[in-house]
Every structure is written in structure tokens, then in C-alpha cells.
Write a protein that binds this ligand. Sequence first.
Ligand SMILES: *Cc1c(COP(=O)(O)O)cnc(C)c1O
Length: 390
Amino acid sequence: MSQKYKTGRHLLQIPGPTNVPDRILRAMDYPTIDHRGEEFFSLAKKCLTGIKDIFKTESNVIIYPASGTGAWEAALVNTLSPGDTVLMIETGHFASLWVKLAKRLGINSELIETNWRRGADAEKIAERLLLDKTGEIKAVCIVHNETSTGAMSDVFKVRKCIDHVGHNALLMVDTISSLASSEYCHDDWGVDVTVSGSQKGLMLPPGLSFNAISKKALAAYKRATMPRSYWDWREHIEANSTGSFPYTPATNMLFGLNEAILMLKEEGLENVFARHKRYAEATRLAVQTWGLEVLCENENDFSNTLTAVLLPDGHNADEFRSIVLDNFNMSLGNGLSRLAGKVFRIGHLGDFNDLMLIATLGGIEMGLSKSSVPHQVGGTQAAMQFLKQN
Ligand SMILES: *Cc1c(COP(=O)(O)O)cnc(C)c1O
């Protein structure tokens, strides 16, 4: 039943980019203004101040016209020198891409591997740092919410472990799929550089990314000798003080960012986090009722923003996803690199409500049946029951 024109709304239930709410689309639907004029400066100041509340920081947040990957690069080139060693925890596909990027920059990245089914192990990080008596390791890099596996890492615990062993490494955290959807505190958790992007919890289209910076990271910036130009923090910090940018900013994305910040504040960040947690619980309950397996194997590490689901052996997750897309006009996330064909990922983040979750789960349940994946019916029903009671 494949047809060219698909009626109704497309459900974009990949774990980012997420569904962009109409209110943000409308806020962006304006002629681009002069980025060297007063109207722009006042918009930029609102964005630069407002975004600090989302990262929960008093320090500078840099806004780049780039995807999240650009902000990864920015974090490294602003704080490190060629040949420096960093400790990276390979929790999944996105963590491994960050490792690859660091290597290309000439950074010596040392890996702690995982089975791609859990978050970073803070104790293992502490053990490694304890052996580093001469302070070779300049930074610890972790992905807060590993979007390829649906496993979260306890960032604050990692910070406490680094401090406990008395190591001086910077802590850098990728929050691209957790900011504005899962609890996160740049200042209180002692993070030095937080990396994020626009297209997930912030409900914006792709195109902006961020570095939140601690005082310690700014001090590292002064010593760091990695070549940098486009990503240079100082150029931004100086320009931002008057509401300007060192080069043409993504003006219309900033209209959207300003609206997104207003919406998050109207809902209240604590309510935003509780909403995501509730949808994650309802989703796992549905998966469990279907008799399928959640990829994340440690319940303390369950992601609030997405769930990766393993299909039984002999069933291809990409075939399942294409059946769902063809029949129900819904996109689900694919399995990445070593998980290709083995899992599908349900994004339950961003501008999302009870009925969108039920539609998502209903589409999956009907898709499981159409693609003859062995399962028990009733997962959607179980989620509805949960939502009614909680
Ligand atoms: C989406 C995502 C990225 C990739 O960011 P781009 O915007 O595609 O460059 C990196 N890390 C995590 C955890 C992500 O979820």
C-alpha cells in the first residue's frame, strides 16, 4: 500500500531531529534582519542569556552555526594542544565518532570500551586516572545520553570520581540528545565543557550547536595551542558581550531558539524532565509487554529520551522500519554501525505529548504484526494504562 502522497502528519520519532512545533516554525518565519543592528543585538542577548538557564550555568555559552559535531570539535581545539591525551568512554556510536574526530585532530585518545549496552563506568574512569601520576590525561570526554543505544551516564558521579582521585583533567560532556529533556546542571555537576545541539530537546531544526564553558576550561583555553579559527571561543565571547557574533550568525535559527527557550520556561524545566521520564517509562512498559528486549541492560542507565529495541534473531530492524514508514508515515531511528539491522530506536523527546506517544507505540505494534515479528499484543494498551495512572 505504498502511495506517493501521504495524508496526515508525518511522525518523526527518530531520536533527533525531533518534531519542530508550529510555534517555533512561526517564530522563524520572518525576513532575515541585519545582524549588525540593534534589533538583532537585543535578540542575541535574549538567546545568550536565556540559554544559560537551560544549561544551568552562569558562565559563557557559545552558539555556533553548526551541527553538534562542530561543537565537539570546538570543545577540543579550544582547550587542548597537539599530542595531548584524553580519556574517552566508548558507550556507543556517537562516543566512537567523537573519538574519531579527536584522532583526526592529532589528539591522543585513550579508550575505555563498553558493550554498547550501558553508560560510562565512573569507577573505571577513576581507576585509570589514579594510574596517571604525571597528569598526562588532560580531559575526560563522555556522552551523557548515548543516542545509538539509549543508555545514559551519571555525569555528576564521574565528576565526583575525578575529584576523589585528585586528578586535574577537564570534564567534557556531549548533551546533544539530553539537554532540555533530561536533568542536566553544567555548573553544579562541575562540567568544564558541555557540548549540545539544537535539533533534539530544544525542538529546533538542525543547525545550531553550543559550548558551555567553565572557568577552568577558560584557563585551559589560554594555554591550549591547537590551531583554531572558526571555533575560537575568545572571538565569540568578545563579540557576544554586545550581542554580536564574529561572523554571520544563523539569524532565523536564533528567532527559533528564543521561542524554544520561552516555551521551555513556560512549561518549566522540571516539568519537561518529568514528562520525558514518564514517556520513557511508558515506552519500556510497552516493549516489555510485546516481549521484546530493551538494548540498555542497566536500569539505572535507562535513557529518558529514546529507547533502542532489539529485534529477535532473524528479523531485520530496517525492514521493520520501512514497513512502519510505508504503512503509517512514521520514521523510527535505525541501528547505527555495529547495531545496524539489529535495533530500532524510538525517539520520545522534544515537543511530544500523550497522544503522540500512543500513536507512536500503536504504529510500532501494528508494524510488528505486519512484519511478522513474534510479539505479544497489548504493549500500547499497557502504555495507555500507565499514562492514565501516572
Ligand atoms: C545527534 C547526536 C550527535 C550528532 O550531532 P550532529 O548534529 O549530527 O553533528 C552527537 N552526539 C549525540 C549524543 C547525538 O545524539
